[in-house]
Design a protein around this ligand. Structure first.
Ligand code: NAP
Length: 490
């Protein structure tokens, strides 16, 4: 008998195989010979059952007590917290980020569940003065109904947590379709919430492909809202589908995030944050630094320091405590990144090193790519404009703040942006002028805390924000209530 674990969908409070019985395999990106598990390869029938269950559960969950919802989220946080070491490890095996990052991300998911347990208990409306002093005039935020949650593989437990927790906290029910490359983390999150006592049908997990699960989910009219994080291409498709049927849609998409390094910066601080921003999680963060826009006067010296630091990154098995960078998510992604690097070199971009698939016995078994550095990158070139989603950093020299900011803003994305300077006025000007939803001064583009809004400007988002109190905006709708008393009988 095979000892490969089998995982099922969670629909109407039961763990069940896909209606068709089909399964899909999930492999370790560090070692493609290792099968992590077999998961339900679901289709439209499973999606229908999940939406049926969520619609039925909404009748009571949506009208229930916010305090009871908070208690369940608190309990789920405690359950998940007790499993951080093993889930963090599974996350690293499944996604490829280092063990430290896997544990850090799982810990973040716990914080998010706790945060929304608290948010569920916050005031959910406002009291207004009325023209008529006898009128009681107020608003309440009510849930939307059944929400579809579609998530990417790069934060396989934190992103699902930061969508599902507020959706549930504010009274919605959920059908969750995780990325096909990271279904195990999705199962672990849903297990914690189910064990915490969520009533049947409130949260439903359906694993399977974009076409067979994602597509029927976004096309089901009973799914009144979809929160999606992923690529701009898929985001564009969802805009059309949801727009045509009038559903509410939240998109969190790609980035091409700049870090500006000015001549007055503390260069050691800048170096550490630019390298971490570019290379942690193998460059596969939507907020990763992919452009270092460096004052021309220090560009050569700073590039040299970058080269030394990046060349020393230890690439290997994410479970080895000495590893600083794991593989990409799969061979397709590794070949794509290596191909982009090759093309940039052929186009004459100054290549310092890196970007090739790594050889050697252990590395050949996984999706490993050497971290890459380019310099003198033309800001309008492909390398200067497009999200490569891998460990590739391009240095762009600039003459002073104005040109650096102009280059930083000269992309279709606007997720996160950093500046390194000791000058307060420069920092404030940058904070005003950066076309980015998240601005950092003297820290990396990829830092984000869960209690504040998260999201991008321009092509990086749909003008909505996730996390913090902002999540209530998306996952609720406003009702305005006028209460006038009947005339008092004399
Ligand atoms: P993706 O290919 O767009 O997939 C994201 C999710 O959408 C997956 O669950 C995928 O399913 C599903 N999907 C794909 N096509 C669909 C369709 N037509 N209908 C419904 N669902 C569909 O993105 P990814 O490669 O997983 O993630 C990388 C991208 O996410 C990058 O661009 C990154 O910048 C972005 N990202 C953004 C943020 C942010 O907050 N702004 C955060 C993290 C990542 P399958 O897995 O089955 O294909």
């Amino acid at each position: 008998m095979s000892d490969i674990p089998v995982f099922r969908n969670y629909i109407a409070g039961e763990w069940k195989a896909a209606a068709s019985g089909a399964v899909m395999e999930n492999r370790n990106p560090s070692n493609r010979d290792e099968i992590i598990g077999r998961f339900a390869a679901s289709d439209a029938e499973d999606v229908k059952q999940a939406v049926d269950a969520a619609a039925e559960a909404y009748k009571t969950w949506g009208k229930g007590s916010a305090i009871a919802r908070a208690n369940i989220l608190h309990k789920a946080a405690t359950i998940l917290e007790s499993r951080i070491p093993e889930i963090g490890r599974e996350l690293s095996r499944e996604e490829g980020k280092t063990l430290k990052e896997g544990i850090g991300e799982t810990t973040r998911a716990v914080q998010i569940l706790r945060y929304y347990a608290g948010e569920a208990q916050q005031p959910s409306g406002e009291h207004y003065p009325s023209m008529n002093p006898a009128t009681l005039l107020y608003t309440v935020r009510e849930p939307l109904g059944v929400c579809g949650i579609i998530t990417p593989w790069n934060f396989p437990i934190a992103i699902p947590a930061w969508k599902i927790a507020p959706a549930l906290a504010f009274g919605n029910t959920v059908v969750f379709k995780p990325a096909s490359l990271t279904p195990l983390c999705a199962v672990r999150l849903v297990e914690a919430l189910a064990e915490a006592g969520l009533p049947a049908g409130v949260l439903n997990l359906v694993t399977g492909s974009a076409g067979k699960v994602g597509d029927p989910l976004v096309k089901d009219d009973r799914v009144v809202a979809v929160s999606f994080t992923g690529s701009n291409e898929v985001g564009g498709e969802l805009r059309k589908t949801m727009g045509a049927r009038g559903g509410k849609l939240q998109l969190e998409l790609g980035g091409k995030n700049p870090a500006i390094v000015l001549a007055d910066a503390d260069l050691d601080q800048a170096l550490m944050h630019v390298v971490n921003g570019a290379m942690m999680s193998t460059g596969q963060k939507c907020t990763a630094t992919s452009r270092a826009i460096v004052d021309r006067r220090i560009a050569d010296a700073f590039t040299e320091k970058l080269a030394q630091r990046i060349a020393s990154i230890r690439v290997g098995d994410p479970l080895d405590p000495d590893t600083q960078m794991g593989p990409l998510i799969d061979d397709k992604a590794a070949d794509r990144v290596a191909g982009e690097v090759k093309t940039a070199k052929e186009q004459g971009v100054t290549h310092v090193f890196g970007g090739e698939r790594l050889s050697g016995e252990e590395r050949e078994r996984g999706a490993f790519v050497a971290p890459a550095l380019f310099t003198n990158v033309d800001p309008s070139s492909r390398l200067g404009q497009e999200e490569l989603f891998g460990p590739v950093l391009g240095v762009i020299p600039a003459d002073g703040l104005d040109e650096a900011v102009a280059i930083a803003n000269q992309v279709r994305f606007g997720l996160s942006a950093s500046i390194f300077t000791r000058d307060l006025a420069t920092a404030l000007i940058f904070a005003q002028q950066a076309e980015a939803g998240i601005v950092h001064v003297n820290s990396e583009t990829a830092g984000a805390e869960p209690q504040v809004p998260f999201g991008g400007m321009k092509g990086s988002s749909s003008y909505s924000r996730e996390q913090g109190k902002a999540a209530r905006e998306f996952f609720t709708q406003t009702k305005t209530v006028y209460i006038d008393l009947p005339p008092v009988a004399k």
